[in-house]
Write a protein that binds this ligand. Structure first.
Ligand code: ISE
Length: 335
């Protein structure tokens, strides 16, 4: 039987996931679109044959319309969906972040631990990008000796006016706070933010780009250029420095064209295309895990909690200083 997924939120990510599940994912259907904006709900459901629409998650649960929930509303609305879904014992794929702060994330962990096993996967999709996966394998193999540094860039062409200074951390660097420890096999020990000369093309209320420096528990140093006004495209790239070698991922690739005295290679302009393969892989593996009974195949709620702690340090670091990240011991439930 196909897994009946209720997609909560029919904005950019929700609509993208609805199309993905309907057209590319095996073993699952979108059975419900949960979205308070009726117009949006109907438009999104039109792309998912047979999907019902509901204004609230509890209505979809009461109607027994879903076997699993994919949460794609903005982060501040995650907890009000996570709580009823957990109480209904439903498997959940929750877009990042788990919740906006560590206190509310901890409350979700406490609720989840009342179940027999983890039910929440957090949508840190970079872990499913083939190049990130290859880099992690290389690091883990030890073939180049141990990892010394990671040099990362995270560039967006532009951001909407609603994007705030703290979102540089909570909406964007949030991805590095997940993927870097996963790559390097070590948690974040401290975070520092440096400000280069400001880009005059940035929205007036933003002071960016920023340079984020992370020190990991194993001594690896990481720098991230977080830049949301590069104008030309969307780039997420990393260079890994090893004892005896260098590796690089995320470079523009594909058709090269020589013309008019120029060599051109197309680059991405949005995360929806840059990480399209990663999103497909993430959802397919999650669907397989849910159908197979393991429920999670990727970052879990504990990972989401660690990211919330790192983000809190990152937000404080925007005001200066080297901010330590302290985490409690991982509950055995998440071993
Ligand atoms: C957005 O929320 C994302 O998740 C993208 O991956 C990131 O690059 C962008 O900066 C965020 O706004």
């Amino acid at each position: 039987n196909d897994l009946r997924i209720g997609v909560v939120g029919a904005g950019l990510m929700g609509a993208d996931h609805i199309a993905r599940i309907t057209n590319r994912i095996a073993g699952a259907v979108v059975s419900a679109v949960v979205e308070p904006d009726q117009g949006r709900a109907t438009a999104a459901a039109a792309n998912a044959p047979g999907a019902q629409t509901f204004a609230r998650i509890k209505d979809a649960i009461a109607a027994d319309a879903v076997d699993a929930v994919l949460i794609a509303v903005p982060g501040q609305f995650h907890a009000p969906v996570l709580v009823p879904a957990l109480k209904a014992r439903l498997p959940i794929l929750c877009e990042k972040p788990l919740t906006p702060d560590s206190t509310s994330s901890w409350e979700i962990l406490e609720l989840e631990q009342k179940l027999d096993k983890p039910h929440i996967q957090v949508g840190f999709m970079r872990r499913f990008d083939p190049e990130y996966a290859a880099l992690r394998e290389l690091i883990t193999s030890g073939d180049n000796g141990h990892l010394v540094m990671l040099r990362a860039v995270h560039r967006n062409p532009s951001v909407p006016d609603s994007y705030t200074q703290t979102m540089l951390i909570t909406d964007s660097v949030v991805h590095e706070f997940d993927v870097v420890p996963w790559l390097a096999g070590s948690t974040v020990k401290s975070v520092e933010v440096k400000y280069p000369r400001r880009n005059s093309l940035s929205p007036e209320h933003l002071r960016e780009p920023i340079l984020v420096l992370m020190e990991l528990e194993n001594g690896v140093l990481v720098d991230v250029e977080m830049n949301v006004s590069v104008q030309f495209g969307y780039q997420v790239a990393t260079e890994a420095v090893f004892e005896r070698g260098i590796a690089r991922i995320g470079q523009p690739s594909g058709l090269e064209q020589w013309r008019d005295g120029r060599l051109t290679i197309a680059d991405h302009v949005s995360f929806t295309t840059r990480f399209a393969t990663a999103y497909d892989e993430q959802i397919q593996r999650w669907v397989n895990a849910v159908r197979g009974g393991s429920l999670v195949d990727g970052p879990n709620a504990w990972d989401g909690y660690l990211v919330a702690l790192a983000c809190e340090a990152g937000v404080r670091a925007l005001d200066g200083g080297i901010i330590p990240v302290e985490s409690p011991e991982r509950p055995a439930f998440y071993a």
